[in-house]
Design a protein around this ligand. Structure first.
Ligand SMILES: Nc1ncnc2c1ncn2[C@@H]1O[C@H](COP(=O)(O)OP(=O)(O)OP(=O)(O)O)[C@@H](O)[C@H]1O
Length: 237
């Protein structure tokens, strides 16, 4: 079943075209890599698919319903409960602990403080950073910070996890460990993942790869059904 779909999505920044008619489908539980050279439109596509940016034309559908059809309040709720977002730099709140950072999305959706704290600790544990719970982001390594950010993106048990170069700021070992955990957690829960990257070693964790070139899907890279060794075996490459 298709969870998320882009239909003929066009987006420009002033005179600069970023997406020139992109169509794409993300299936339930699928890990899809969006790759392509710098400037081809990967981040813009992620922002359009996650409702952060509105396309100039075309549409994005979540579970069959166009994002345009949601009221502003419903779209905000959708982004808070159904979508998890992880960027290259985790963008944690510096003044509060890791556990409090992870609890934030749950507090925003009205869950009790006690419930949010328990779920946050559980999520940190799943991502292998339980020991970081009481530390502030500045006291953690880059790899730990990114795991905390991943825990925050997953704590609401979203339908779709959007990850934009999630390991771009990490060394290779830390990056591959994080990817392994992310993909494992997503698979356990049936979460779909849209993984934007320019790194083949990262794309290898996906079930399928879509290649963008100059704002359009490169037909030669479509539907290659590429299944990376990491995804197949669950072990790092
Ligand atoms: N805020 C912006 N204002 C103006 N132009 C932008 C903006 N964001 C992106 N662009 C342009 O849109 C095009 C697509 O950019 P985008 O960031 O989506 O590509 P990308 O594939 O994610 O690149 P990278 O891999 O370098 O992050 C590029 O030409 C870029 O310069």
């Amino acid at each position: 079943m298709t969870v998320l779909e882009a239909r003929s999505v066009v987006k420009s920044y002033g005179p600069t075209p970023a997406l020139r008619g992109v169509g794409l489908e993300l299936a339930e539980g699928e890990v899809l890599a969006v790759t392509g050279p710098s400037g081809c439109g990967k981040s813009t596509l992620l922002h359009c698919l996650s409702g952060i940016l509105q396309p100039d034309s075309g549409e994005v559908r979540y579970r069959g319903r166009p994002l345009d059809a949601y009221s502003e309040a419903d779209r905000t709720r959708l982004r808070r409960t159904e979508f998890g977002v992880l960027f290259q730099f985790g963008q944690l709140v510096a003044e509060i602990s890791a556990a409090e950072n992870v609890a934030l999305p749950l507090l925003l959706t009205g869950r009790s403080r006690a419930e949010a704290r328990t779920a946050a600790r559980d999520q940190l544990d799943r991502l292998g950073v339980a020991e970081a719970a009481e530390s502030r982001p500045g006291q953690l390594s880059g790899g730990q910070q990114q795991r905390v950010a991943a825990a925050r993106a997953l704590v609401t048990e979203p339908g779709v996890l959007f990850a934009d170069e999630p390991t771009g700021a990490l060394d290779q070992l830390a990056g591959e460990k994080l990817l392994g955990e992310l993909v494992r957690t997503a698979r356990e829960r049936g979460t779909s993942v849209l993984l934007v990257t320019h790194a083949p070693v990262v794309a290898a964790y996906a079930d399928r790869e879509v290649v963008l070139h100059d704002g359009v899907v490169d037909a030669s890279g479509l539907g290659t059904g590429r299944l990376g060794a990491g995804a197949r075996t669950g072990t790092p490459l």
